[in-house]
Design a binder for this molecule. Structure first.
Ligand SMILES: Cc1cc2nc3c(=O)[nH]c(=O)nc-3n(C[C@H](O)[C@H](O)[C@H](O)COP(=O)(O)O)c2cc1C
Length: 235
């Protein structure tokens, strides 16, 4: 059940008392457990945007390659790097990682979007998705999972842990990996800097098929406290 409301919540009022902002902005709210789960999922996916895409490559114990995009994806630590992505349900990617203990997170540019999309189809486990997407599996140096040769960035990861969230019937699994090696194509590098205009990463929006490019960027310098207290003008 959806609960549209136009009155401020207590949180809104607290916020107003603190900030002096108007209480009259109409809003709606959804109470988890009382609202349609599909609506909730759509709202979360459309609001937490843009989501970067982990193009996860694995192999099964027989050596069959697998690739699948995952946009529930994040950096959990940077030194040493730890990456996490979420498998919504038990899929081949998760099964392979649990069986072999490693995976590669490939980052794709906009030239690889069609191939990435192919790898999101529900292939039978025995089918090699590198083959179907016309991609080249390249052996990794530190892990057994192959990387996508065409992808400009590859993070070789060793499985650290899998945690499950969500209801018993349809849990989501957070897959966390320690990055043990990073391989990056020279063409997207200047020294040790990754050039966004060469990387041309893409990200996922809400809805079943909407993406964004990372070609519209801007810089904003972070103020120090000393600068902030001298320059910020409060209303
Ligand atoms: C851009 C994009 C992002 C996706 N993100 C996720 C995700 O975060 N988690 C997930 O479980 N599935 C996600 N999917 C769906 C999987 O890629 C899809 O279920 C795939 O078939 C899983 O493959 P596998 O069974 O070989 O692991 C995404 C699909 C696309 C196209």
């Amino acid at each position: 059940m959806t609960t549209p409301v136009t009155t401020p919540t207590s949180t809104d009022r607290d916020g107003d008392r603190d900030t002096g902002r108007s209480t009259t902005r109409p809003s709606r709210q959804w109470v988890i457990g009382e609202s349609d789960p599909r609506q909730i999922a759509g709202i979360v996916k459309a609001s937490v945007v843009p989501r970067p895409i982990a193009w996860v490559s694995t192999r099964d114990v027989a050596g069959v390659g697998n690739i699948a995009p995952h946009s529930y994806f994040m950096t959990l630590a940077d030194v040493p790097p730890v990456l996490g992505f979420v498998s919504s349900g038990r899929k081949d990617t998760l099964r392979n990682i649990e069986a072999t203990g490693d995976f590669v997170v490939n980052i794709l540019g906009d030239d690889l979007v069609d191939a990435m999309n192919v790898t999101s189809a529900s292939f039978p486990a025995a089918e090699d998705e590198f083959h179907w997407a016309g991609l080249t599996p390249e052996p990794s140096e530190s892990v057994g999972a192959p990387r996508v040769a065409e992808a400009p960035v590859a993070f070789e990861c060793r499985l650290r842990e899998v945690r499950d969230y969500g209801p018993a019937g349809s849990p989501s699994y957070l897959v966390v990996g320690d990055v043990v090696r990073i391989r990056i194509h020279e063409r997207v590098l200047e020294g040790h800097h990754v050039l966004p205009e060469q990387l041309r990463a893409v990200a996922r929006m809400g809805g079943p098929a909407t993406y964004v490019r990372t070609t519209d960027r801007f810089d904003i310098n972070r103020p120090t406290w000393d600068v902030a207290r001298e320059t910020i003008v409060l209303p």
